[in-house]
Design a binder for this molecule. Structure first.
Ligand SMILES: Nc1ncnc2c1ncn2[C@@H]1O[C@H](COP(=O)(O)OP(=O)(O)O)[C@@H](O)[C@H]1O
Ligand SMILES: [Mg+2]
Length: 277
């Protein structure tokens, strides 16, 4: 990895972040059964999904329906019981490394500064740290962390720590970003701002994004397509194309169409007894 591979000159001669083309992800007939002693848990049942390069896909489903399992299978952290995953046309047969992952908890190293936590990503990949320092600072600034680069994680709020985790997941410009309930531990206001900022980053960078949530409106606000899952064993109940303009400003997410999408998904969950009034 060199800085040259991440930048290209603009007409004005200023280096600009390269916009990596997102990769296509193909999930074919993936099922997962966990066996432990006498207990057998069918977590996923025949998941088929083709994600387009650069697409933003949100997966919503009740707790325990297999969302995290699906993410682990896509990332090659878990081999599916049956079926297969291909990323950029290649079979995933072990941990797939050309991606960024964000979990609900930021998992930062307490003894490293915010900047150094971001650079862990480069360090682990054997990249040239000095070459990435400026880009890390710029990306931190973009998510509102300018001036916090030399602080320690404990000195930051939960939202700021999670922003750091997002920057760490993006610093190497992966063509695939996987997020497992990344805003789940945040307060509602922080969550809303993070959603807005994530859309901005995605619009600029164009990485294929796989976003797991149980927030219905969050899924609709972010995604090109929302994948609605059934309770365990998780199957795809519906795939809903979200035909709303971007960026999804306030007028968009308060529009009638937006609330119709949310209602549609809510009704899916009511049919399955996931939401009961
Ligand atoms: N390693 C494992 N061994 C046994 N059961 C598991 C394992 N991982 C997940 N499960 C079970 O699979 C189901 C789906 O889990 P998970 O994918 O974490 O759901 P979600 O992320 O949608 O809440 C749950 O019933 C869970 O208990
Ligand atoms: Mg989960």
């Amino acid at each position: 990895m060199t800085p040259d591979s991440l930048t290209e000159p603009t007409a004005a001669g200023q280096p600009m972040p390269r916009r990596p083309p997102g990769v296509p992800v193909e999930i074919a007939a993936v099922s997962q059964v966990f066996r432990r002693a006498q207990l057998e848990t069918q977590a996923l049942e025949r998941i088929d999904l083709a994600v387009k390069p650069g697409e933003f896909v949100a997966v919503v489903g009740p707790s325990g329906c297999g969302k995290s399992t699906l993410l682990k299978i896509i990332a090659g952290l878990l081999a599916p019981s049956t079926g297969k995953v291909e990323i950029a046309g290649r079979l995933v047969s072990g941990p797939y490394t050309d991606l960024g992952i964000v979990f609900q908890s930021p998992v930062l190293l307490d003894w490293r500064t915010i900047l150094d936590n971001v650079l862990v990503q480069i360090d682990l990949r054997g990249g040239n740290l000095a070459a990435y320092r400026d880009q890390a600072r710029a990306l931190l600034a973009k998510v509102g962390l300018a001036g916090f680069e030399n602080q320690m994680p404990r000195e930051l709020s939960g939202g700021m720590r999670q922003r750091t985790a997002i920057v760490r997941a993006l610093i190497h410009e992966p063509p695939l970003l996987m997020m497992d309930e990344p805003f789940g531990a945040l307060d509602a206001l922080t969550r809303e701002q993070m959603r807005i900022d994530l859309e901005k980053l995605w619009l600029e960078r164009g990485q294929t994004t796989f976003f797991i949530t149980h927030g219905i409106s969050e899924a609709v606000a972010l995604a090109d397509r929302v994948i609605v899952m059934t309770p365990r064993p998780g199957r795809i109940e519906r795939i809903i194309e979200i035909d709303l303009p971007r960026p999804r400003h306030k007028a968009v997410i308060t529009s009638r169409r937006f609330t119709d999408y949310c209602e549609d998904i809510t009704e899916c969950f009511m049919r399955h007894g996931v939401i009961q009034y």
